[in-house]
Design a protein around this ligand. Structure first.
Ligand code: VAH
Length: 319
């Protein structure tokens, strides 16, 4: 049975991935690593909890040895917009932290999941049907850390045989933990504002198409990749994966089908707009489909319905 460590278990992906992995592998086999933010009661009461900072390699070693960890999901990162405010901190977590995880994985024979992102592409990348193998010259610190993480992870696989695997996630939409400081956060905020106030001021302009994915598909993608037959993997770090592509107008129109009185206006955030303009409109994820059976279940219609239902219950507000 696997012994798994999640670094960043209180983040948007980590908080739900930890619970999903505990469901599949058993609570005691999944250690929730967190740095500062206190875990939820559900997370704290359902399995082992440890303070883990990816930039503290001694502490990482300690926890990996204590629990005989054989798989590390390293979700520690500063998201794109925050990373532009704190580029040095973003590098420290996103590169030095990744290096530490790979070194510990090399010494203790752990498999490693690396969450890359559409942020690993830049303005010279083909933005439509973005290929799996293409030019990657991002001009954001977030993107620089993600390309570096991809290259480091592939190097550790080739040079030391570490079982590293990764995904280039699109914007991830969820109703459990609010995202913090991402360029795609609007696609989560819009649901809360639609239910609370029936109106939303969008920080990205109409026509800004981005790849997106609902959280249940994001969790399946990570776990399915880590469970995939390694002999079938021609790529490792990191696979393009996407479920839908939309701009603010399209998601607003979908919400209006459920909340007819919903109105949206725009107040573009220059930092987020500049970042989003360098990201793909739609990626080609055929390699993930061919090499390990990637097949998302949620498109915009089903996601919108589920998000509104779940957030309405969470807020206790009918719509
Ligand atoms: C961000 N939500 O916006 C993250 C993600 C692809 C976007 O990396 O920074």
């Amino acid at each position: 049975m696997k012994n798994i460590l999640i670094i960043g278990s209180v983040g948007q992906i980590g908080s739900e991935l930890t619970m999903e992995l505990r469901k599949r592998y058993g609570n005691d086999h999944v250690v929730a690593g967190f740095r500062k933010t206190q875990p939820s009661e559900e997370l704290a009461n359902s399995g082992p909890l440890e303070r883990v900072d990816a930039t503290d390699v001694e502490r990482l070693n300690e926890v990996v040895k204590k629990y005989n960890i054989d798989t590390i999901y390293n979700l520690a990162a500063l998201l794109s917009a925050v990373a532009e405010e704190k580029p040095q901190a973003a590098w420290n977590v996103g590169v030095n932290g990744v290096f530490n995880v790979l070194e510990v994985a090399r010494e203790h024979n752990c498999a490693v999941f690396f969450p890359s992102s559409i942020g690993a592409f830049g303005p010279t990348t083909p933005l439509d049907n973005t290929p799996q193998d293409t030019i990657q010259r991002p001009n954001t610190m977030y993107g620089v850390t993600k390309v570096t993480g991809e290259l480091l992870s592939d190097y550790y696989h080739k040079r030391f045989g570490v079982d590293t695997r990764g995904l280039r996630y699109p914007g991830i939409i969820s109703n459990v933990t609010l995202p913090g400081g991402g360029t795609t956060d609007y696609a989560v905020e819009i649901f809360y504002e639609a239910i609370r106030n029936k109106k939303y001021t969008c920080p990205l302009p109409a026509g800004t198409f981005l790849d997106m994915m609902y959280m249940p598909d994001a969790l399946d993608a990570a776990i399915d990749l880590m469970e995939a037959d390694p002999s079938k993997l021609k790529h490792r770090n990191a696979f393009n994966v996407t479920a839908m592509s939309f701009d603010p107008e399209i998601i607003s129109a979908e919400i209006k089908k459920h909340i007819p009185g919903f109105v949206m206006d725009y107040d573009p955030d220059p930092v987020k707009k500049a970042i989003a303009d360098t990201w793909p409109n739609k990626m080609d994820d055929s390699c993930a489909r061919e090499e390990w059976g990637w097949n998302p279940k949620y498109e915009l219609e089903e996601m919108t319905k589920d998000m509104l239902e779940k957030i309405s219950i969470k807020l206790g507000i009918e719509y």
